[in-house]
Design a binder for this molecule. Structure first.
Ligand code: URA
Length: 190
């Protein structure tokens, strides 16, 4: 098992897929290494590529609103992506890029061991929950996998394009807090 620092060093040296040639900086997850909630989005955007940090662009502002609606800040969660390098033109990550990057996400998950994983958007939900996941129909639903409770919500960039989705996504975020409370309560029989 690697440490967080070792993982980040390996990420900066990574050349497992062609995106390592076009990226400016890889984007390691950020947030609390003790968080109970891991948020997984799809891929860094252009601003993230410049700064080497997740969700520093416009979608990040929407994410902060969603977190605040559940009384959370970035310091309460751990935020990462399926792939750690920016795909040129913001295209969807290719399956081979996702597969090449999975060891990093597996290590992050093994280090954090979060009770709850929230997929931000379809790409992450289809990679982590179900390849046929329908984000419109299934957002806010829960499944338990290998001891992790998992759900998916709309991607903050989608909410930027369609702000009418904000309120239902706030509700999905609030269900994350309820799920954590349920998990906590289930540890105590009385
Ligand atoms: N969109 C993502 O999917 N990830 C980021 O880190 C930023 C924007």
């Amino acid at each position: 098992m690697y440490t967080w620092d070792e993982l980040e060093t390996m990420l900066h040296q990574c050349s497992r897929c062609a995106l390592s040639q076009s990226r400016n900086l890889p984007v390691m997850g950020r947030g609390s290494h003790k968080a109970s909630i891991m948020l997984v989005a799809e891929a860094p955007g252009a601003q993230e590529d410049q700064q080497g940090l997740p969700f520093v662009g416009p979608a990040g502002r929407v994410l902060d609103i969603l977190l605040a609606s559940a009384n959370l800040t970035r310091q309460d969660v751990y935020i990462t992506n399926i792939i750690k390098c920016h795909p040129p033109g913001n295209r969807d990550p290719k399956p081979e890029e996702q597969n090449a990057c999975m060891p990093f996400l597996r290590c992050e998950t093994a280090l954090l061991r979060p009770p709850v994983i929230v997929c931000l958007g379809r790409i992450a939900a289809q990679k982590l929950i179900d390849p046929h996941f329908k984000i419109m129909r299934q957002h806010g639903t829960w499944v338990e996998r290998k001891g992790y409770w998992m759900t998916a919500v709309y991607h903050p960039s989608f909410i930027l394009r369609d702000p009418s989705r904000l309120e239902e996504t706030k509700k999905d975020f609030q269900s994350v807090i309820r799920k954590l409370q349920e998990i906590e309560d289930s540890k105590y029989p009385l």
